[in-house]
Design a protein around this ligand. Structure first.
Ligand SMILES: Nc1ncnc2c1ncn2[C@@H]1O[C@H](COP(=O)(O)OP(=O)(O)OP(=O)(O)O)[C@@H](O)[C@H]1O
Length: 344
């Protein structure tokens, strides 16, 4: 038996006949913050709901700190879930929302209120306890929802896109606070998002989910530096990694051997150099998007469009000729058929 924070063993889930998770194996270390990252429909929410006991397990087992909870009711799993929608009761004050359900678990009313105040203080909403959800901003509601999750002192936190309803500035601020809170409490956490930046910033490790299957599990550094598949390579990074067939329009500098079109070469926009050295591939600038200090220059090379990230101050103009160079050290190689990374 393992005492990992959470273990999924060959777990499948379905809606009627449609299977949405396929024999997933996943181990989250105790105290770890794992981010499940994937596009819409990948099965992220289903995975969380299944761990919380809100969706049935079709096959396999779920273990929380070594305890098999596969068939346990949600209330018996000692798990706290924070939803995107906050899921607060509109007719109750923040304080009553936080303590709701605590008193039935053999905690006296006074003790429950004491714990609620402490939890609220730790997430900065102690001054809001008398208000109802309708009198709170989105960010304040999210804090109350967090306090409600905290006060239960769970073995496992589940976060279902808790930042997605916040405006960009508040999202960045709350993301930082969540990370600090996790570092302070050290409770095993699974956080679901489709936002790659959120995943890279928050996670100890990232599980990339695609069509109900695990595409890659690794630290943010591993996911960024050695994406296991074309899917991960393109999903993480914005603009997405360029991909061209080997032997095609771009010949990386220092490439040790010639590769055939059964291989794909991947390189990030920031790896593309536009300085004309006379040896790069000739291209034409098709479009330029300026994003503050950065510019994304889209370059046409025969049938291929690749994107370069350059300083806005040094950006080319649409219609300009350009020369594209990439260093071999910046290139990722994938199998064109399977999409798998090819070790070099
Ligand atoms: N109640 C339901 N009945 C039938 N199919 C469902 C139901 N809920 C979700 N699905 C399907 O299950 C798959 C996984 O959905 P899920 O909500 O887990 O994905 P997700 O990765 O969380 O997506 P999002 O980021 O959009 O929330 C999708 O194909 C979805 O259409």
């Amino acid at each position: 038996m393992t005492d990992a924070g959470l273990v999924l063993e060959g777990v499948s889930a379905a809606y009627r006949d449609a299977r949405v998770l396929h024999r997933l194996d996943l181990e989250v270390h105790r105290g770890e913050l794992l981010v499940v990252l994937g596009p819409s429909g990948a099965g992220k929410s289903t995975l969380l709901r299944l761990v919380a006991g809100l969706h049935p397990v079709a096959e396999g087992r779920v273990l929380i700190q070594g305890r098999d909870v596969t068939t346990l009711r949600p209330g018996r799993r000692n798990v706290s879930m924070v939803f995107q929608s906050y899921a607060l009761f509109p007719h109750l004050t923040a304080l009553d929302n936080i303590t709701f359900g605590l008193e039935v678990r053999d905690v006296s009313r006074a003790a429950a209120r004491e714990r609620a105040r402490a939890a609220a203080a730790s997430v900065g909403c102690a001054h809001l306890l008398d208000r109802r959800p309708g009198q709170l901003s989105g960010g304040e509601r999210q804090r109350v929802a967090l306090a409600r999750a905290l006060v239960r002192e769970p073995d496992l936190f589940l976060f279902d896109e808790p930042l997605s309803n916040l405006d960009p500035e508040l999202r960045v601020e709350t993301r930082g606070e969540l990370k600090a809170l996790h570092a302070r409490l050290g409770v095993t956490s699974v956080h679901v998002t489709h936002d790659q930046t959120e995943a890279l910033v928050l996670a100890d490790r990232i599980a990339v989910l695609r069509d109900g299957r695990l595409e890659q599990l690794g630290t943010p550094d591993e996911i960024w530096r050695s994406p296991a598949t074309v899917f991960v390579a393109r999903f993480v990074g914005s603009p997405a990694m360029n991909l061209v067939p080997a032997g095609g329009p771009v010949a990386p500098e220092g490439m040790p051997e010639a590769l055939g079109p059964e291989r794909l070469l991947g390189f990030r926009p920031e790896a593309v150099r536009l300085d004309p050295t006379g040896s790069g591939a000739p291209a034409t600038v098709e479009r330029v998007d300026v994003v503050g200090e950065d510019a994304h220059a889209y370059l046409r090379l025969a049938d291929h469009l690749i994107v370069a990230r350059v300083p806005a101050s040094a950006r080319p103009a649409p219609g300009d000729p350009a020369e594209v160079a990439v260093r071999w050290a910046d290139v990722h190689v994938f199998d064109a058929g399977t999409g798998q990374r090819v070790p070099l």
